[in-house]
Design a protein around this ligand. Structure first.
Ligand SMILES: Cc1cc2nc3c(=O)[nH]c(=O)nc-3n(C[C@H](O)[C@H](O)[C@H](O)COP(=O)(O)OP(=O)(O)OC[C@H]3O[C@@H](n4cnc5c(N)ncnc54)[C@H](O)[C@@H]3O)c2cc1C
Length: 427
């Protein structure tokens, strides 16, 4: 069942990467996955193609699990849901909410696949919220030998912690079990023009003002352009909006993070209460998220270096601004997942949505990476970076263990590609 993709070259979502093959095999069942893995010498699973680099690329063939997108079971007592690995958050969330449940957090967009997002440690914001992979409590995976491996957080300790952020290197994830909690309501408030001096002096207070807080800046005029505060309405947690917030003014209309763009594709703001899955992402399902024509990079910095790291990037404003659409700053709680950039460390992320101009962006990334190096800045696995493999190794303490684990599941490198060979396996 080989599906060619309508004559057009197969590209990632942003269109900046043409994949190296158009051979896409679509599996509709575990048996088909097993048979395909057995037959092929090399393959990559393709999720929803939202990575900006070649992490998902293959010269040989792709396996798509798009058809395996069903909710398999929900366990209200254990508070877990088990889903087919092809499901997107956009498909899963309304279903969960309908059953009275919710996830702990979401990324800026719901369009991405659960398995692909967790494989790259995709995250939202909130200093007490781990990345999306921290919700994973179980995985079913087809390994290179086409055997089925079931891993659980409860039972498999280190092997599990090493497999969840698996970068597509360990096998084909066929089902994912996620922690769920009772559904909740969120109000989203946006403030405009927060002086950088206030951010410097009150970073912790600003970040702890909501369940999830995002700061958007173009690095101009010594200010954060927009502060997005997502507040759970439960007793004791709610944010009480005042017209001013650390010198910023409460917005009186819905805004896009890039203020010159229409807010039509953004989730509802102005404190209108709504279900968690229609407020935690910035962008709405059914619309193009973000700017559409863009590149992205993002660096994780240990939380204690947040302000220094932000000020270091601010020094680069004149270099960065011509290529930048917007920067977003978020917080993420520490976790125990080996290849997560937040492994054992509360983190702050500094994200760049770039104009789609790779020649210019590729010159800026080393400059930013050099400026952030004293703060041990670690790049997002799924976005654009120029950090060297040696630096990646020093940033990810558990990489040697991850390499060993990968070799157990995939001794011949069936699931490896150029990205993994270069950045992880050192060849
Ligand atoms: C507009 C936009 C906004 C974004 N916002 C955020 C954000 O808020 N926060 C954030 O952290 N990131 C964000 N990202 C990045 C995005 O979340 C990640 O790139 C994520 O990995 C995308 O998932 P995907 O399914 O599209 O992955 P793909 O690019 O398709 O694949 C990613 C990796 O996962 C592997 N993989 C996928 N499915 C499986 C499977 N079933 N078994 C084994 N391996 C698998 C692939 O082989 C590959 O290695 C954004 C991206 C875009 C385009």
């Amino acid at each position: 069942m080989l599906a060619s993709v309508g004559g057009e070259r197969l590209k990632n979502w942003a269109g900046n990467l043409e994949y190296s093959t158009e051979r896409v095999y679509t599996s509709a069942s575990l048996e088909q996955v097993k048979a395909y893995v057995k037959k092929e010498n090399r393959l990559k699973v393709l999720g929803t193609r939202h990575c900006f680099n070649n992490i998902a690329d293959s010269k040989d063939g792709f396996l798509s699990l798009k058809a395996m997108d069903k909710v398999i079971s929900i366990d209200p007592a254990k508070r877990t849901v088990t889903v087919g690995a092809g499901i997107t958050y956009g498909q899963l969330c309304p279903y969960l909410d309908g059953k009275g449940f919710a996830l702990h957090n979401l990324a800026s967009l719901p369009h991405i696949s659960v398995a692909g997002a967790c494989s790259t440690a995709t995250h939202g914001s909130g200093e007490k919220n781990g990345n999306l992979a921290t919700a994973v409590s179980g995985l079913e995976m087809v390994t290179a030998s086409s055997d089925i491996v079931n891993l659980s957080r409860e039972r498999d300790g280190d092997k599990f912690a090493g497999s969840v952020v698996g970068l597509g290197a360990l096998g084909v994830i066929t089902t994912v079990t996620l922690d769920i909690q009772p559904t909740y309501t969120i109000r989203q408030y946006v403030y405009e023009n927060l002086p950088l001096s206030e951010l410097k002096d009150h970073f912790d207070a600003i970040e702890s003002s909501g369940y999830s807080v995002s700061l958007f800046t173009d690095w101009q005029k010594q200010r954060v352009n927009e502060v997005w505060i997502k507040s759970r309405v439960e007793e004791g947690q709610a944010f009480h909006p005042t017209p001013e917030f650390f010198g910023a003014k409460l917005a009186t209309r819905n805004l896009h993070p890039i203020s010159t763009l229409s807010a039509d594709n953004c989730t509802e703001q102005m404190g209108v209460p709504g279900p968690w899955y229609e407020r935690l992402p910035h962008f709405r399902m059914g619309f193009t998220p973000s700017a559409g024509k863009e590149l992205q990079s993002e660096y994780f910095v240990p939380r204690q270096h947040a302000v220094e790291a932000i000020l270091a990037v601010e020094h680069l404003r004149d270099q960065v601004s011509p290529s930048l659409l917007i920067t977003e700053i978020r917080t993420i709680a520490a976790d125990n997942l080996w290849m997560s950039p937040c492994y054992e460390q509360d983190s702050v992320t500094i994200h760049f949505t770039w104009k789609p101009d790779w020649p210019a962006v590729s010159k800026l990334l080393p400059v930013i990476e050099k400026e952030l190096a004293p703060f041990h800045a670690c790049p997002h696995w799924g976005k654009l970076f120029t950090t060297s493999p040696a630096e990646l190794r020093s940033l990810h303490k558990r990489m040697p263990d991850f390499v060993e684990l990968s070799r157990k599941f995939d001794p011949q490198g069936k699931f490896r590609n150029q990205y993994l060979n270069q950045n992880i396996f050192g060849s």
